[in-house]
Design a protein around this ligand. Sequence first.
Ligand code: NZQ
Ligand code: ZN
Length: 388
Amino acid sequence: MLNFELYNPTNYVFGKEQITKLTDLVPKNTKILLAYGGGSIFKNGIYDQVKTALSGFEIVEFGGIEPNPRYETLMNAVEIIRAQNIGFILAVGGGSVIDGVKFISAAVKFEGNPMEILKKRMSIKDISQVIPFGTVLTLPATGSEMNSGSVITINETQEKLAFGGSALFPKFSICDPTVIESLPKRQIQNGVVDAFTHVMEQYLTYTHDALLQDRIAESILQTLVEIGPSVVENPTDYKLASNYMWCATMALNGLLNKGVPTDWATHMIGHELTALYEIDHARSLAIIGPNLYRVMFDTKKDKLAQYGERVFGIQGNSVEEKAEKAIEKTVDFLHKMGMLTKLSENTANYENTADFIVARFEERGWKGLGEQQNVTPEKVREIVEMSY
Ligand code: NZQ
Ligand code: ZN
């Protein structure tokens, strides 16, 4: 196993009716910025629950954080916090609102142009330089409620860039599985597939000595395969909802990547599809993932075979046969989860996508992504062209 440090200070508050605990979780004697997205919280009653728990607190509201949150929008919140001397932020929403709040938190005291945080993919470590924040999660998918990463889009340059750092863990996250009752089917499908891919990015690499890490990853994958299609149809079933929410958090709260190599190339390429065509994050992963496994077959086939055997119960006469079947099973699962796995099924004008992405990666000096840094620009081209 590789050496590691495991640090996660987020107070994770899980279960029914936990929003009432906000009263004790947010700090007293400071103004709070209540940040949210496009307004779903007004329709499903979450806003009312939050406001009830926070009665008596001084609240400034900031709505309109978009899916794939925009730098330009978030900078308006930065100005409000600076002008009104606000000391705490409460993010109420999905990954986009939480990621947006992480950027706001890092930008308020940043000396210089906050866009640098994104362009330089900074790691923010100094807790005294950020505004503390908590979250009320409304969409299980990204794990942002219990990790310190964030992905922000710059409108002007159509770039989607990741940053983070140990100062950017939420102080607390309230995770009530009943919030999924109001989610559109499409968003539940997205959530399951995003979580599934997070596990794959940290598991589907090469065989190694971290036996427990593999078993934890496989158990999350198996659970998602078991409950994914049904939770989409039955979001009021608490057993399904609670397992879905916990899987999504566990998939990216910093536990799975400890002591093991990680890939993340599917995400890096997928982010470009979202930046270019506004394809939902999870859907971009469903387009790229299986083709990445095909193009990188030689380096991933042993792990693919293990995954196939343990997660799907696949049998076969050779590693290659089992690995190929495992990719097919993955695509079947993605289809069951409502994903369209070809780029052409998601957007009309895709012909120059590979040229564009390869040029961008070269500009950024991304010569080799993946667990062995062998996803070269040529491989990226092959993967993207195979995805048309
Ligand atoms: O904006 P509102 O009106 O709230 O509506 C949202 C939005 O339209 C809606 N929604 C959320 N909760 C709801 C609800 N509608 C009804 N009932 C509810 N309970 O769902 C829509 C999508 O929300 P969004 O937050 O964009 O989705 P998600 O949680 O999938 O987040 C995606 C973003 O997270 C980033 C992605 O790149 C993307 O920008 N990621 C963040 C990661 C991280 N921080 O660790 C890792 C991920 O790989 C990912 O890159
Ligand atoms: Zn993701």
